[in-house]
Ligand binder design. Sequence first.
Ligand SMILES: Nc1ncnc2c1ncn2[C@@H]1O[C@H](COP(=O)(O)OP(=O)(O)O)[C@@H](O)[C@H]1O
Ligand SMILES: [Mg+2]
Length: 255
Amino acid sequence: MSDVIPLNDALLQTRGLSKHFGGLQVTRQLSFSLKAGARVGLIGPNGAGKTTLVNLVTGVLEPSAGSVWLNGEDVTRLSQPERVRRGLVRTFQITQLAPRIAVRRQVEMAIHQRRGSVSSWFRPADAFAEVRDEAEGILQALRLDGLADSLPVELAYGEQRLIEIALALALQPRVLLLDEPMAGVPAAERTIILDALSTLPPDLAILMIEHDMGLVFSFASRIIVLSEGSLLADGTPEEIRNHPAVRSVYLGTAA
Ligand SMILES: Nc1ncnc2c1ncn2[C@@H]1O[C@H](COP(=O)(O)OP(=O)(O)O)[C@@H](O)[C@H]1O
Ligand SMILES: [Mg+2]
């Protein structure tokens, strides 16, 4: 495992992160860092602990040992919403969209959530206009503006997954963790998501879990490989492609 990067260089850092469920050790002493602008793929066989890692980083789960640092602050004991407010945002492996609320409305709701304006009685009209404009901007950036008045239930699955990314962006993340954003998306629609990801702000750090190696290699400039909860490799796509242990894990799984 590579040395821990000094905190002033890392936006997100885990130190010795471990998790067990009863006797089952699922995350083993994981230390890694993401810098601003990182484009990192997180891969590993089913059950390797990828989703668990995202759950530990975002506060869905409490670690058995180790810590999570965001921009130099220890956030290990903070709740999920407190981490979101600091810019640590994720999407889920299983879709979390409300199926029958218009796309635009859902993005606006996420912006209101971020601004803390959801429950205020008095909202000046220009605050509404700001939120509407911001939602429009997010949808345009992802080329979803044509779907703003649609209900998710009417849309293709690839479009739905893209809307989830729009909702995440509405929270103004500094670190975005995407748990299999293309899972279940037909191959023909995947490039739409990949194209949209390439338009995201360059200083946003993105960690994407993805099984499709072609997609991972075209998205990521760095790849982290988990195997049975341990960090098996961390390197450039080229290094990972030629990594003997990674190859044997994947050949082993395919067999
Ligand atoms: N809440 C839980 N309770 C018990 N075991 C769990 C729980 N969540 C995950 N696991 C186990 O942890 C391991 C890793 O799961 P997961 O992180 O979902 O893997 P991945 O996302 O890499 O496929 C699996 O063996 C899974 O069954
Ligand atoms: Mg998973």
